[in-house]
Design a protein around this ligand. Structure first.
Ligand SMILES: Nc1ncnc2c1ncn2[C@@H]1O[C@H](COP(=O)(O)OP(=O)(O)OP(=O)(O)O)[C@@H](O)[C@H]1O
Ligand SMILES: [Mg+2]
Length: 277
């Protein structure tokens, strides 16, 4: 719903409001289906937990009452009543713990996803810097790559991107343009073939040296909640105002920032929505 609201300017500009509503409807139906599935998963154990707790309490109360009636000893009656009160207190807390179980289950699924990301092995890279290349031309030699086994995104691609020049990669949506730049930045290694910068295979650069030669502006970059300045400083916390101004100029963003009353100190919400104009 938030994405639908945020995309309104784009949908309206391109006259795609009907399409937007269709996707919005589909998303709502999918969401409602997922919520129902979730309810069926969570509700039975929750009810079972509660009923079991109550049943245990009732059984204990019945047992203790029966003992009290059978024994008829006044001293024992007091002890048994104290026990009854104690047990009811414990059962209350046990029910409370049971009510947290669904939350814990959901949190553990998210923890698992985070752990899955954190446990990914880094691509092997040398640690010693290699001599700087003579030029920064990029060469792709017979590159084949797929994100999943058996699904090839790039197939036997060879190309030369000369240094000090501009190369435009043009193609339909989903036709591998971003993938190509990710391979050059070595987010992934090709399944076969090689990529070189200045004649040096990208696998031979230590990560820091490789990154120092590449500057990427992604189409889906993300701004964190804070000011524009704070977001920019994430790349280099020591950068002074002149450096930031230079960066904005290079990215052709200086005009946009100048139009904001608070300039670089304008606050952006998570995801990049400018707030507090
Ligand atoms: N991380 C990923 N895991 C699995 N498949 C992916 C991943 N990233 C991209 N793909 C798939 O690889 C193909 C190429 O995607 P890519 O993002 O390179 O295309 P693109 O040309 O940049 O598209 P666009 O013009 O929409 O930006 C698409 O089919 C896409 O769904
Ligand atoms: Mg792309």
């Amino acid at each position: 719903m938030v994405e639908f609201a945020q995309s309104q300017p784009v949908l309206r500009t391109y006259g795609k409001t009907a399409q937007g509503y269709r996707q919005f409807d589909q998303a709502l139906v999918a969401q409602s289906r997922a919520a129902r599935r979730q309810l069926w998963l969570v509700l039975p154990p929750l009810l079972l937990n509660t009923w079991l707790g109550q049943l245990a309490l009732m059984a204990l109360m019945a047992g203790i009452t029966w003992l009290v009636v059978m024994e008829g000893d006044a001293a024992q009656q007091t002890t048994l009543f104290a026990l009854l009160v104690l047990v009811s207190r414990v059962i209350d807390h046990l029910s409370e713990v049971a009510s947290y179980s669904s939350g814990i289950r959901m949190a553990s699924a998210q923890m698992e996803a985070a752990e899955n990301v954190l446990s990914q092995m880094s691509l092997p890279a040398p640690t010693d810097p290699v001599p700087l290349p003579q030029h920064y031309g990029i060469e792709l030699c017979d590159v084949t790559f797929g994100y999943q086994r058996g699904v090839r995104v790039l197939q036997n691609v060879s190309a030369t991107l000369p240094a000090n020049s501009m190369t435009a990669v043009v193609g339909a949506s989903g036709s591998w343009k971003t993938t190509l730049t990710k391979l050059i930045a070595r987010f992934f290694d090709p399944d076969s073939g090689g990529i070189a910068i200045g004649g040096v295979n990208v696998k031979d650069f230590p990560v820091v040296q490789h990154m120092s030669m590449i500057s990427q502006v992604f189409q889906d970059n993300y701004l964190f909640s804070g000011t524009l300045r704070e977001n920019l400083l994430m790349g280099n916390p020591a950068a002074d105002d002149d450096t930031l101004r230079n960066v904005l100029k290079l990215e052709r963003l200086n005009e946009v920032v100048q139009r904001l009353p608070l300039g670089l100190d304008s606050r952006v919400g998570e995801g990049g929505i400018v707030v507090g104009w």
